[in-house]
Design a protein around this ligand. Structure first.
Ligand code: 2DT
Length: 212
């Protein structure tokens, strides 16, 4: 019998919630248990579009706010053929940030509504599971200083968190809130469980379209 498709699993959350660490741990664990899994991250700074974004985030260049929003979205769309190919081959993708970061970060800027921000990402491969690593600002602060990239200030991060809260009210997306204030191992255990269940559940299902 032909093997089923892989699952699209996304980790979201504010800065320093441990997304990258947990994505790596999850991929390692899935591979250890004999499942095909790969990590991806957005923005993917390696493409030409990704390099424009990276330079903007590092404050080496300025970009108009609508423009950079559309570049972040284009950076996802350019990887869609590769993502679909992998999913169809049975490889599960563990993704560090996706369209939800795109919407939360831009809509935290003045003058940007949620609907406008969502529109360029409508129709992307729909994640089978989005785990939101929840971290209270006080715990985030205890994890050290912010970096020096754009958006890395506590005022902006709080605005982003409230946009994520709005996005999580959407019942068409399979959100799971994970308490990220615990140890790396404890958080990993939960994430692994949710991911495994999802991988098993979606094997025979078609890939959905986000926000459609
Ligand atoms: P990291 O590379 O440290 O995750 O930071 N962002 C991300 C957006 O503004 N829009 C998007 O679509 C995405 C995916 C979040 C990347 C920074 O870029 C922000 C933090």
């Amino acid at each position: 019998m032909k093997c089923g498709r892989g699952a699209l699993v996304v980790l979201e959350g504010v800065d320093r919630a441990g997304k990258t660490t947990q994505c790596k741990e999850l991929v390692r664990e899935l591979q250890r248990s004999g499942r095909a899994a790969e990590m991806m991250r957005f923005p993917d700074r390696t493409t030409m579009i990704g390099q424009l974004i990276s330079s903007y985030l590092e404050k080496k260049s300025d970009l108009e706010d609508h423009t950079v929003h559309l570049l972040f979205s284009a950076n996802r769309w350019e990887l869609v053929p590769e993502m679909k190919q992998k999913l169809e081959k049975g490889i599960s993708l563990v993704v560090d940030r996706y369209a939800f970061s795109g919407v939360a970060f831009t809509s935290a800027k003045p003058g940007f509504g949620l609907e406008w921000c969502k529109s360029p990402d409508v129709g992307l491969p729909k994640p089978d599971l989005v785990m939101f690593l929840q971290l209270p600002p006080s715990v985030a602060a205890a994890r050290g200083e912010f970096g020096t990239e754009r958006y890395e200030t506590s005022v902006f991060q709080q605005a982003v968190q409230s946009k994520f809260d709005q996005l999580m009210e959407d019942p068409t997306v399979n959100w799971q809130v994970i308490d990220a204030a615990r140890s790396v191992e404890e958080v990993h255990k939960d994430i692994k469980q949710f991911a495994m269940n999802t991988i098993n559940a979606v094997e025979k299902q078609p890939i959905g379209d986000l926000w459609k």
